[in-house]
Design a protein around this ligand. Structure first.
Ligand SMILES: [Zn+2]
Length: 192
C-alpha cells in the first residue's frame, strides 16, 4: 500500500496517535507522559510525547515522529506502522470503493474490434495522486485523469479481461486500495 509519510504526519496529530495506540499516558498541556509499554523499563515516566514536536522513549533512548512512535509501540517496521496509522485514521485509502457510476467506455457493438486505451488520460494529475495510486501502478495499469469524455472529472481505471484485453474504464473519485495492492498488480498478466 502506498502511504505518503508526509501527508500522514500532516493529517495525524500526536494526540490522535496516542489515542489510537491506546497509550495510557498522563496528559498535561501539549505533552503526554507515562510508562513505555514496549520497553517495560525506565520507570513510569519513560515515554514522552510532545504534540507538534515528537516522542522520546527514555528507556530505549530513541524518539521520532508520529510514525516512529507507532512503530515503537507496535514493535513493527516504520512502513507497517505508517500503514496501520493510515488505515486507523482513514488518511489513506484501502479496497476499491467507487462513488461514481461505472461506465465502460467501450465496445460499440463490435466485439472483434480491440478497444484502444484512451490517449487523453493524464497520468500525472493531482486527482490521480489523491486516489492514492503510486506512480508505478498508474504507469503499469494505464490509469489517468479524464479531463473530457463520459468519465470527465474522474480518474479512469482500465478494466481488463483475464487475457489482459481492455474492456473499458471505470471512473472513480475515491478508492480504498487493498493492503497488498502493489504486489497483486505485479502479478497481472502483461498485455500485448
Ligand atoms: Zn520504549
Amino acid at each position: 500500500m502506498f502511504v505518503d509519510f508526509n501527508e500522514l504526519k500532516e493529517k495525524t496529530s500526536f494526540g490522535e496517535v496516542v489515542r489510537l495506540l491506546g497509550l495510557t499516558l498522563k496528559h498535561s498541556g501539549n505533552q503526554w507522559r507515562g510508562p513505555c509499554p514496549t520497553c517495560k523499563s525506565g520507570g513510569d515516566r519513560a515515554l514522552v510525547v510532545t504534540e507538534g514536536k515528537g516522542f522520546f522513549c527514555f528507556a530505549d533512548k530513541k524518539g521520532g515522529d508520529q510514525i516512529a512512535l507507532a512503530a515503537h509501540i507496535l514493535a513493527c517496521s516504520v512502513k507497517d506502522a505508517a500503514t496501520h496509522l493510515a488505515q486507523a485514521t482513514g488518511t489513506v485509502p484501502s479496497i476499491v470503493q467507487s462513488t461514481v457510476s461505472t461506465v465502460p467506455e467501450s465496445v460499440k457493438g463490435q466485439e472483434t474490434q480491440k478497444l484502444q486505451p484512451l490517449a487523453y488520460l493524464e497520468s500525472e494529475h493531482l486527482a490521480v495522486d489523491a486516489i492514492g495510486f503510486s506512480p508505478e501502478i498508474v504507469k503499469q495499469l494505464g490509469i489517468g485523469y479524464a479531463a473530457k469524455g463520459i468519465m470527465r472529472g474522474t480518474v479512469a481505471v482500465p478494466i481488463r479481461d483475464e487475457h489482459g484485453s481492455l474492456l473499458g474504464y471505470i471512473g472513480i473519485t475515491e478508492a480504498r486500495l487493498p493492503q497488498n495492492f502493489t504486489t497483486n498488480i505485479l502479478r497481472f498478466p502483461k498485455t500485448a
